[in-house]
Design a binder for this molecule. Sequence first.
Ligand code: ADP
Length: 481
Amino acid sequence: MKKILYVASECVPFIKTGGLADVVGTLPKTFSKEEADVRVILPNYSCMKPEWKEKLEDLTYFSMDLSWRNQYVGIKTLEYEGITFYFIDNEFYFTGAAPYTSMEGDIEKFCYFSKAALAILPVIGFRPDIIHCHDWQSGLVPVYLKTLFAGNPFFDGIKTVFTIHNLQFQGMTGLERLKDLSGLPSYVFTADKLECYGGANMLKGGLVYADEITTVSDTYAEEIQMPYYGEKLDGLLRARNNHLTGIVNGIDYDIYNPMTDPYLEYNYSAEDGPDLKVINKKALQRRVGLPENADIFTIGVISRLTDQKGFDLIDYVMDDICQEDVQFVLLGSGDPRYEDMFRYYANKYPNNVSANICYDDRLSKMIYAGCDAILMPSRFEPCGLCQLMALRYGTVPIVRETGGLKDTVASYNEEEQSGTGFSFTNYNAHDMLHVIEYAKDVYYEDKEAWKGIVRRGMEEDFSWTRSASVYMELYDSMLEE
Ligand code: ADP
């Protein structure tokens, strides 16, 4: 049986700031128990909810050298849904109101975490065949493994996979600072390894030293080899493209299930959804303060409010979008510029726009269930979970063809009556407006065609099962070498 170790900075249900947590929390339990023993190492953040913290069991502790420092490493553990989790405990590093605090502090925190994740393995007696690391926070794991831990027979032959969930976040700091904090040998701080445009880059460490690199969709795997999407690492990714694959994310079909979701006014399936979703539309309109109207074309946006997500396009044509026959429901928070922008439009069009500037799980489910369409005009999108949730709830995605959006939404084809959504290619506001108008036309003028799009979307399968088997094939191929 294969032994696989996940090392990550977040994981549902313990701690979540983004999609990474969903992946790390769901994928391990999807593999069959006969096939693999998958365990997960996480930081023991003090900001974790008390209901989880009190369940953790103390295993042991020891001290670890980290450069010239000597640091406490506590190990706590919990078995949850058949998976063993280890939590690395150190109050100096993991105290704070959120998992990530400042970039300065986070660099030191995750140097410690990456080294400790390896150092605890002989102590807990778990020697993985493969260590699967995620994003820059665990980027140094493959680097430590092949430098400071090389030569120790316990670690001999362990393979590593590094998954890029978002290339934009890289863990950059000064060269001398990272040398000091990590205790890594000087020879790793050269341009072909951790050095990057005069500084040191922890994500680059993972990309250089991991045996295999994956990212969360085929299209994003291609895109990041080009300067526009490559975040200055496209050259390195081109050089490593024999070891770079895209594996699209899934969503948890038990949690995101319109047939059982307790937050919905009316639970529905692919059979009755296209006709009866309107019950949820009215519940949503009541909840967000828009006029109740079962017939009006309702567009939702659920997102972090950042430049990545294409809000400048929306701003450019929002007056055109906000016609009498459209309602627009936003749920999101982030960049104050976009928060203000949506407040402004909600004020200007009180009967058509509702701006909900907050993070609200329940409302997000009500939007997935109650809207007709979900808009995602992203500048780039490694995978995107929103459109997968929308498809599951029979809400038609209108997306820009980038990254995972391109791979998971099939554009509506009138001739063939095929497709699950609407899409446009160029990052251009009028191209986006044009497909919104087109979707609206189909919605109002060809009800049967619209219901077909909804039904096909609901019948797609973006559960984790398929992606998990692709990851397993990758692990198998690495162990055959
Ligand atoms: P990213 O990981 O770039 O933020 P994704 O589309 O991959 O974007 O994942 C976003 C996830 O976060 C989705 O599950 C979405 O429903 C959820 N989400 C985003 N903003 C909010 C919000 N304000 N309230 C509730 N859920 C949100």
